[in-house]
Design a binder for this molecule. Structure first.
Ligand SMILES: C[S@@+](CC[C@H](N)C(=O)[O-])C[C@H]1O[C@@H](n2cnc3c(N)ncnc32)[C@H](O)[C@@H]1O
Length: 331
């Protein structure tokens, strides 16, 4: 990636399909009726759509909708004008690229190309249509029914559109949408009814989801995944907020963990790697300025709660990759 800071940002051009009656009405309902957790699916898609120089996700702008696209675009324009050290959405872009790279690595490693892939809190994730590495994988997307229904409606509209660029092309071997609430006890059962095989190698993707859950429910989900290490090759790729980061929205974010690299081994994962945004495997050429927020944070000890220079809270997003298998469980 070239040095972004000096380049003009690509213009926002809204796709015609966003003016389609069905798609427009759907996005209006999303904005007025969904709660912040569900709406975050579209906000995340907007981030990916506007970082199209580094993320090839042609469906993202349709999933995001006009309002979120315009909001993020305005923020980016302001950041560029003010020569901000961090451009809005960069954290999302880095996170997406990091998850892509870890998923690709997991599927080409000992877990095997045929591993099934479960996306918990899948939202408007389009990996099944983006990533060739999924060609031998059954993919399962778990989210609230209304989120998955909206996604399917937009995909239908894209498939029927006159613009061939919008036609979704499946890259995964198969895709199942599993409508479930992760705070209910039946999500795993619903996953199995949809074809998830508990004994088959599995990569679990928890991108931007775990902190929406309460501590109780987040730990329950993590324990269920960790237990799978006793059954089969299991890889978990997840992001965690530290306590300070959840204060960015006390009403929306709940679960936090300051030391996920200690938590995950205690649950049964044998190999655990933690990265921070800006680390060598988590910058993708997008965080060049040594004084940007992310580089400043990663140069401070993780135990420090506030920035020594200005007293602002150290809000961190930890990127975790963990794995385990029956012959590698921790005693
Ligand atoms: C920030 S979005 C991330 C979406 C997707 N992983 C991505 O990166 O594009 C969070 C997603 O988690 C989903 N979610 C939050 N709480 C959930 C729950 N209790 N059960 C199922 N999905 C949930 C929301 O509906 C939303 O789609």
């Amino acid at each position: 990636m070239s040095n972004q800071e000096n380049e003009p940002w690509p213009e926002l051009k809204l796709p015609e399909l966003l003016s389609d009656d069905t798609v427009r009405a759907l996005h209006a309902a999303i904005e007025s009726e969904w709660d912040p957790a569900r709406r975050s699916a579209c906000q995340t898609a907007a981030g990916r759509a506007l970082w199209r120089q580094v993320i090839q996700d042609p469906l993202a702008e349709l999933f995001a909708g006009e309002t979120y696209l315009k909001n993020v675009y305005e923020k980016i324009k302001k950041d560029k004008l003010n020569k901000a050290r961090e451009i809005s959405g960069v954290i999302l872009a880095v996170r997406t690229l990091w998850f892509d790279s870890k998923l690709e690595m997991a599927l080409s490693s000992s877990v095997g190309g045929g591993a099934q892939v479960v996306l918990l809190g899948a939202g408007m994730d389009a990996r099944a249509y983006r990533l060739k590495c999924l060609k031998e994988s059954s993919v399962f997307e778990v989210d609230f029914p209304e989120v998955l229904h909206a996604k399917a409606t937009i995909l239908d509209a894209a498939a029927n559109s006159n613009n061939k660029n919008h036609h979704p092309i499946m890259k995964a071997k198969s895709l199942s949408r599993v409508a479930a609430d992760l705070t209910e006890d039946d999500w795993l059962e619903k996953l199995q009814i949809s074809g998830f095989e508990p004994k088959k190698s599995t990569v679990w993707i928890l991108e931007g989801i775990i902190y929406y859950l309460s501590h109780f429910h987040a730990m329950k989900v993590l324990n269920i995944i960790a237990e799978k290490c006793n059954l089969t090759n299991t890889v978990l790729v997840a992001d965690f907020m530290n306590k300070q980061a959840t204060t960015l929205s006390n009403s929306t974010f709940h679960f936090y963990c300051d030391w996920p690299d200690q938590l995950l081994p205690s649950l049964g994962f044998s190999e655990v790697n933690l990265s921070q945004i800006g680390d060598p495997d988590a910058h993708f050429g997008l965080l060049q300025d040594p004084l940007n927020l992310f580089n400043k944070l990663r140069n401070l000890p993780r135990s420090i709660q506030t920035q020594p220079d200005d007293g602002t809270p150290c809000c961190r997003l930890y990127l975790l990759q963990a794995s385990g298998s029956p012959n590698k469980t921790i005693s």
